[in-house]
Write a protein that binds this ligand. Structure first.
Ligand code: ATP
Ligand code: MG
Length: 330
């Protein structure tokens, strides 16, 4: 296969058909170096301590040619990330101890859906669940804002993906304060401190999840206003993409500055070592997916996942069953 075609396939996330063979060994010696590269590559976009975070220090674009030869390791990262996630999911499931929650937040047309689709393409659907959070229903408004998200948390051994999340409570709700007024909260609770209170509650919630074995990793797909405009126009001009566009998207765009200020404060206040934000440059979709794949490798590799070892007694029991099975046809 021509080199160019190979690169294209990697970028598009297309995989060889599943032959039902065993899962990719991400610990194979040749892959160790790639894993190291992936970890250091994603680190530049990782915000583990938000204190000094400023969104303006993070670019939406990347000045790199993914087709150049020296970028091969980066390209390989996407497939490695997809493979790693598939393998790790199998181990997560077997261990039944940890779960992983991936949160995606972004402005419209930043590429959340496509990124989720690509990065999860190798994963066994049985061990993974994607939830999209829209404006809350009447029933949801009768509860605290974490309620609907808690119901969708991944069980031990599983991967959960939130397409939008409780972070909307410090984004859209902050930009449109009238939404806050519709949340059935007593006036006494709506004070100037409410956003700081929400940041603190979210930090504590994620700490609580970590202490109970759920790792939360957050992605902000950082798209520029110009790139969003291009993608909106494409959605309007291309009939097959019309369904993706709504006039509400164009309206939200007019609040761009307010949203960026809200994202800036949110990331500063909710980045922690256990639950970092990744600020992903999203003007280039393939690059964004590679960053996300690397970040997932980083998170999972840090857990040191291993298949559970069974006891000597259990091994003896399994061997006995095997002997009985083999004796059946004698
Ligand atoms: P798509 O890519 O399909 O446009 P989307 O995530 O933008 O996906 P939409 O149905 O277009 O989905 O939008 C969901 C809307 O719900 C967003 O505008 C979001 O801000 C809003 N939303 C989510 N959570 C809340 C919340 N807690 N309060 C108010 N609005 C919310
Ligand atoms: Mg939308």
């Amino acid at each position: 296969m021509a080199k160019e075609k190979k690169v294209k396939e990697k970028l598009s996330g297309r995989k060889k058909p599943d032959t039902g063979s065993k899962l990719p060994d991400v610990n194979a010696p040749g892959k160790k170096k790639l894993i190291e590269q992936a970890r250091s590559f994603s680190n530049q976009y990782c915000v583990g301590n938000g204190e000094k975070f400023r969104l303006k220090d993070f670019s939406t674009e990347v000045k790199t040619d993914l087709n150049s030869d020296d970028k091969q390791p980066i390209n390989q990262t996407l497939q490695l990330g997809i493979d790693a996630l598939a393998t790790m999911q199998d181990i997560l499931y077997a261990q039944d101890k940890w779960s992983l929650l991936l949160i995606f937040q972004a402005m419209d047309a930043a590429g959340k859906d496509g990124a989720i689709k690509h990065v999860m393409s190798g994963v066994n659907p049985q061990g993974c669940q994607v939830t999209s959070f829209k404006a809350p229903s009447a029933e949801e408004l009768d509860h605290d804002y974490l309620w609907r998200c808690m119901k969708q948390l991944p069980e031990r051994g599983r991967i959960g993906i939130f397409n939008r999340s409780y972070y909307e409570e410090v984004l859209v709700v902050r930009v449109h304060e009238e939404i806050l007024r519709s949340q059935k909260l007593d006036e006494k609770l709506i004070t100037k401190k409410i956003w700081q209170e929400r940041f603190k509650d979210i930090r504590n919630f994620e700490k609580y999840l970590y202490h109970n074995g759920t790792i939360v990793i957050k992605f902000f797909l950082n798209v520029s206003k110009d790139e969003q405009k291009k993608r909106f126009i494409e959605r309007i001009e291309n009939p097959d993409k019309n369904w993706k566009f709504s006039s509400a998207d164009a309206k939200e765009r007019t609040y761009w500055k307010d949203y960026m200020a809200a994202y800036d404060e949110m990331i500063r206040n909710t980045s922690t070592e256990e639950s970092p934000w990744y600020v992903v440059p999203a003007d280039n979709k393939p690059y964004a997916r590679i960053v996300i794949a690397s970040a997932i490798i980083n998170a999972l590799d840090g857990l040191g996942l291993k298949y559970p070892k069974i006891s000597k007694e259990k091994v003896a029991e399994l061997n006995l069953i095997k002997e009985t099975l083999l004796a059946e046809n004698r």
